[in-house]
Design a protein around this ligand. Structure first.
Ligand code: 6CS
Ligand code: FE
Length: 295
C-alpha cells in the first residue's frame, strides 16, 4: 500500500502552521449546479457561503417534527450515535442522522443541498459525517474554536481539503442563542494543533474537544487577521463552509433552541485512508467508510 505524504502535519508536541495546499473550489468554471460564478468566488474568498432560504418553511416544519419525534424516542437516546450533554443529560448531538432517519436521508439527496456540494468539490460526493446539534437552550454548551479538517485529517484519515459542510437551521439562529461563528478567510491556513490524540478520543471530544484545540495565541492571530462572522437566520437558512474554516459556537443560555443539521460531503476523489495522527480509526458513524456516492 502506498503511504500518502502527510502535507498537513498536526497533533505534534508543538503547534504548527501550514499554508493551504488545495483549491477551495475544485470545479472548473461552468460546472453544472445551482451556484453562480459570483457565489463560488465568494465561497473561495471567505471559506463559506450563506443561503438565506435553502429549504422552505413548510419543509422545515417537517424536519423539525422529525427531530422532535427523535428526541422523544428512547431508542434514539440509547443509540451510541446520540451524544448526551454532560451537565443537563439532554441530547447534545445525534450522528449519522441520514441513516437514523429516512426524513433526513431525503435532505441529504436534495439537489439544493448535494448539488451545491458537487459543484464546490467538482466531483461526486459521499457523506463523511452527518449530525444534528440540538443545542436546546437553558445552558446547552457550545463548540469551542476548531477546524473540522484538522480532526477529519488527523483522526479520520481524510487526505486533502476537498470536503464541504452545510449547516441548515431547523430553528431560528438568533444573535443570542449560540449561532455558528466562522473566521472569514481562515480556511487558507492549516493550524496543526499541539498534543497527541488519545485512544478513543471521540468519547470525550464530541462532548468537549481537547486534542485538536488551537492555542489562544493562534486564535488571536487568526481573529486579528480575519475577524469573526456570526451567522443568524430563520429556520431553513443555511451556511456552506469549507472543511478548514476556523469556526465555533457559544453556549445557548436562552430558552430558544438553536438546532441545526450538519451534513459533511467529501469528494469521492478524497476518500478516507488511515488516520494521519491518531492511534486508531474513529467509529464509522463519525467518520464514514462507505464511500458510495450520494444519488
Ligand atoms: O469531531 C468531529 O468530527 C466533530 N466535531 C466538531 C466540533 N465539529 C465537526 C464534527 O462534528
Ligand atoms: Fe465543527
Amino acid at each position: 500500500m502506498t503511504t500518502l505524504i502527510d502535507v498537513y502535519p498536526s497533533r505534534l508536541p508543538h503547534e504548527t502552521t501550514t499554508p493551504r495546499q488545495d483549491p477551495v473550489v475544485w470545479s472548473e468554471p461552468g460546472h453544472p449546479g445551482p451556484l453562480t460564478a459570483g457565489a463560488l468566488h465568494s465561497y473561495e474568498q471567505d471559506g463559506f457561503l450563506a443561503v438565506d432560504q435553502l429549504i422552505r418553511p413548510e419543509e422545515v416544519a417537517r424536519y423539525r417534527a422529525e427531530l422532535d419525534r427523535m428526541l422523544l424516542d428512547p431508542a434514539v437516546r440509547a443509540d451510541e450515535r446520540a451524544i448526551i450533554e454532560r451537565r443537563s443529560g439532554e441530547i447534545r448531538s445525534v450522528f449519522e442522522i441520514h441513516r437514523v432517519s429516512e426524513v433526513f436521508a431525503r435532505l441529504v439527496r436534495d439537489e439544493r443541498v448535494v448539488g451545491r456540494a458537487r459543484q464546490i468539490l467538482g466531483s461526486d460526493v459521499y457523506v463523511h459525517q452527518s449530525r444534528i446539534n440540538v443545542k436546546p437552550g437553558f445552558g446547552a454548551s457550545g463548540f469551542y474554536w476548531h477546524s473540522d479538517f484538522e480532526t477529519w485529517h488527523a483522526e479520520d484519515g481524510l487526505p486533502r481539503m476537498r470536503t464541504v459542510s452545510v449547516s441548515i437551521a431547523l430553528t431560528p439562529n438568533l444573535d443570542t442563542n449560540g449561532g455558528l461563528m466562522i473566521m472569514p478567510g481562515s480556511h487558507r491556513t492549516f493550524l496543526g494543533c499541539a498534543g497527541e490524540t488519545p485512544r478513543d478520543n471521540y468519547r470525550k471530544s464530541l462532548q468537549m474537544q481537547d486534542a485538536g484545540t488551537p492555542s489562544d495565541g493562534a486564535l488571536r492571530g487568526l481573529a486579528d487577521a480575519h475577524g469573526i462572522r456570526l451567522f443568524t437566520g430563520p429556520a431553513g437558512s443555511a451556511v456552506f463552509f469549507d472543511c478548514n474554516a476556523m469556526h465555533g459556537s457559544g453556549d445557548n443560555i436562552t430558552p430558544f433552541p438553536r438546532s441545526n443539521v450538519f451534513i459533511v460531503f467529501n469528494s469521492v476523489e478524497n476518500t478516507a485512508v488511515e488516520p494521519f495522527a491518531a492511534p486508531v480509526r474513529r467509529p464509522e458513524f463519525i467518520g464514514a467508510r462507505d464511500f458510495t456516492p450520494v444519488r
